[in-house]
Unconditional design. Structure first.
Length: 378
């Protein structure tokens, strides 16, 4: 990876007491937990280097800027990367206390990072108000969720750029009209008359569409499903900085479980979805309806980079199932999974039935007309 990262390959320490300072999201500076000294970290916003997909990550791309060690969760298999002297007492992904030191490498180092901007206490209050809004969650689950710890973890994401050209085959649908005889009843008499109806004539077609794609984001995590991650997106990628080990101090990072080529496979599926839409729109410029039956895409100038995005994770177990709650570490947006209480849903259904019965009763007393209601305007 870049010279800059290799140069910083040193352990950073507090200039006053020598302790290990941590990244403080509330003022975006480093803070020493021992002597409270604060100091700046340069946030380099020059666009990160993007690498050619045809060159495999090399050994020098494994430099994280400081010694890293890794732990693996015995329950869910999540691999968490920690800084020097940092340890984990439970797994951020499933809450299990069974985390053991893992000897494998931390893998390819990220090129860029969005540093945590939301402090931990704000993440907790965002999580609490989200939970309050969950009317159907069982009270017991809510209590357990509040007890569950919230951990800041940088999640690996791949981004891809591509110039894509797709050749497509399909069908053009052209409208034409025909007169068809129909039988209708007029003034009690059955008569036959002609009616104009629309038909579509399909003819085969082909064509080419082209598009440039910038920063297609693919999660490198296997622990958190895409559907869940989507609840707390988007990230503003203009906030990306060049990677520095300092931004990770006090937080952990997940090792990418999806490699660069697998990520590219997922990105190609997204690209093909967009190209299919473009092909359909291309056909519609010369037809009334469109069908795309085949698509063959060629990608050139494909580049990738590995990026770390900040996320607070909390999980709780209810009736032996693990539920995840996430808070976006850049925007503070909260989202997650929660169990549904059958009792609470039943109470709502009964309440609605009673209201409906009440309205029916009032309507039947007022002779079938809707009763007069006076609206109070506050
Ligand atoms: Zn200090
Ligand atoms: Zn786990």
């Amino acid at each position: 990876m870049s010279e800059a990262i290799r140069e910083m390959s040193r352990t950073f320490s507090c200039p006053k007491c020598g302790g290990r300072p941590v990244w403080n999201p509330s003022d975006m500076r480093m803070k020493c937990p021992y002597c409270s000294a604060e100091f700046e970290v340069t946030m380099d916003r020059t666009p990160p280097t993007e690498y050619d997909i045809r060159t495999a990550p090399t050994a020098q791309a494994l430099n994280w800027g400081e010694e890293k060690h890794m732990v693996r969760c015995q329950a869910c298999g999540a691999q968490t990367i920690l800084g020097e002297g940092e340890s984990a007492t439970f797994c951020a992904f499933c809450g299990s206390p069974h985390v053991l030191e893992d000897q494998s490498s931390a893998g390819i180092a990220p090129e860029s990072v969005i540093p945590f901007q939301v402090p931990g206490d704000r993440a907790v209050s965002s999580f609490r108000s989200w939970l309050k809004g969950k009317l159907f969650a069982p009270g017991k689950a809510k209590k357990m969720a509040v007890l569950g710890q919230i951990t800041g973890v940088y999640l690996p994401h791949w981004t891809y750029d591509s110039d894509t050209v797709s050749m497509y085959t399909g069908q053009e649908g052209h409208y034409y009209y025909v007169e068809v005889p129909v039988t209708v009843t007029r003034n009690g008499k059955t008569v036959r008359e002609m009616r104009r109806e629309r038909r579509t004539r399909w003819v085969p077609t082909r064509g080419t569409v082209a598009q440039h794609f910038n920063d297609i984001l693919i999660a490198g995590s296997r622990r958190l499903p895409e559907k869940l991650l989507n609840k707390v997106r988007p990230y503003d990628l203009s906030g990306l900085c060049r990677y520095r080990a300092e931004f990770l101090s006090g937080f952990s990072a997940e090792k990418a479980g999806v490699d660069v080529n697998e990520g590219w496979d997922s990105a190609q599926q997204l690209i093909d979805g967009t190209m299919r839409d473009l092909a359909r729109r291309d056909i519609l410029r010369r037809a009334d309806e469109a069908r795309v039956t085949g698509l063959d895409s060629q990608h050139s100038n494909v580049t990738y980079k590995l990026t770390l995005l900040p996320m607070y994770l909390s999980s709780f177990t209810y009736k032996s199932k693990v539920y995840h709650v996430l808070v976006n570490g850049q925007s503070g947006k909260c989202g997650g999974e929660s169990p549904i209480s059958a009792v609470r849903v039943a109470i709502l259904v009964i309440a609605l039935a009673l209201i409906a019965a009440g309205i029916y009763y009032m309507m039947s007393r007022s002779g079938g007309t809707v009763p007069d209601v006076t609206y109070m305007i506050p």
